[in-house]
Design a protein around this ligand. Structure first.
Ligand code: FEO
Length: 392
């Protein structure tokens, strides 16, 4: 493999994993993923940024086969998909030092047993000159771990953004394309960064002061249109939710589905955007993406024994972890002889600071009178959405 030039002296060493289908044993990867290392060659020193996941160690060393000397390994994040190859790189380049912040150093020593004397600690805003290439370290804590930082290469206006602004996509194309990258980026943001929205807001404000020609994240493609990326993030992080309802449901014998379909029809007739997700084949990423901009979440569930269907419990638990900016929630569904579907779902979502709209839970197959209650819920949602922007 040959390093791919981004600009003079700056190279992408992308470790593609086209066949990976799950991250953290949780997150579906419909487009695979990549672990991105970068090489910056100055006139005096060479830095390798985030050498990546050990499963792909042979690829990084193939890229580095002609690289005689590495002076610095910049570690922006201790999670192993970024840092796991550092011990192997240090074994091959024993003179190299690991450049990172104190928190990341601590985690690298704990997770990878890298000795303390191998590190150079850098402060937020500190710079390191490679000779005509100046690396400025920008702390970006809590894009999902506490120690994450980015690196801004001043001369080339290149931001190595670590997990931030990335996407799970394997590709041999160096640069992203807007029409292709929107969904993977939204999926990635929703799954990983949405719970840390207030931190992301701070990072966006801070980075707005930098002129950025290239965004080089640790996953997915390099972006040479930073405005497109930053505008997307600003929308997801800062904007009010859209006039959109996520209806996430399970139906076992069709009763809940009748209610779901009635609700979806009434909302659609009123011009509300609806995302109807059958949770039978659960895609955590699709649920997460739908949560980014939905103003209302409606869980549709039948009753299993004495409670809601377990897959709707999982959806509610996941939504609670992801802390979406929804303003309204409700539950619809049916039961056979009893149960506590509403109480159980409500108890699972304390992090979602939303108004609960009157649930509609009916016995058996819904009657027309029951469906009128669904109509009333739809009308209430329409009223509550007044003033919200339409779906993008
Ligand atoms: Fe790409 Fe936080 O790992």
């Amino acid at each position: 493999m040959k390093p791919v030039k981004i600009t003079d002296g700056v190279y992408s060493l992308r470790l593609n994993h086209f066949n990976r289908r799950l991250f953290d044993s949780l997150i579906p990867l419909p487009d695979g993923t990549s672990y991105n290392a970068y090489l910056v060659r100055g006139s005096e020193k060479t830095a390798l940024i985030d050498p990546g996941e050990p499963e792909k160690a042979e690829v990084i060393f193939d890229y580095l086969k002609d690289e005689k000397k590495i002076d610095y390994v910049v570690s922006q994040h201790a999670e192993q998909d970024h840092s796991g190859n550092i011990p192997l790189v240090l074994a091959r380049y024993p003179e190299a030092k690991v450049v990172t912040n104190p928190k990341c150093k601590e985690l690298l020593m704990t997770h990878l047993h890298i000795p303390a004397d191998k590190f150079i600690e850098v402060k937020d805003g500190e710079t390191l000159s490679l000779g005509g290439k100046t690396l400025e370290f920008v702390y970006l804590p809590w894009v999902h771990w506490p120690e994450t930082m980015g690196t801004y290469l001043r001369e080339d206006k290149c931001l190595f953004s670590c997990d931030f602004l990335g996407s799970h996509i394997a590709s041999n194309a160096l640069f992203s394309e807007e029409h292709r990258s929107y969904e993977p980026m939204k999926r990635y943001y929703a799954e990983i960064m949405m719970p840390f929205r207030s931190n992301i807001k701070t990072h966006l404000e801070r980075l707005s002061k930098y002129e950025i020609s290239f965004i080089a994240p640790s996953h997915g493609q390099v972006h040479n249109n930073s405005k497109f990326v930053m505008d997307m993030y600003r929308d997801w992080v800062l904007s009010e939710p859209r006039s959109k309802v996520l209806v996430a449901y399970i139906s076992m014998h069709g009763s809940t589905l009748l209610m779901v379909n009635r609700l979806v029809s009434r909302l659609q007739e009123a011009g509300i955007c609806v995302e109807k997700l059958n949770l039978e084949h659960f895609d955590e990423g699709r649920v997460a993406m739908a949560l980014v901009d939905a103003a209302t979440i409606v869980i549709g569930t039948p009753t299993v024994l004495t409670g809601p269907h377990p897959k709707t419990v999982y959806a509610a638990y996941l939504a609670n972890l992801l802390r979406p900016k929804a303003k309204f929630v409700s539950v619809i569904g049916s039961f056979g002889w009893g149960g506590r579907a509403v109480e159980t779902i409500a108890g699972l979502i304390p992090n979602i600071k939303a108004e609960v709209l009157k649930p509609v839970i009916v016995k058996g197959m819904p009657t027309e009178a029951d469906l009128k209650q669904v109509d009333e819920l739809a009308a209430l949602i329409v009223e509550k959405h007044g003033g919200l922007a339409l779906c993008a």
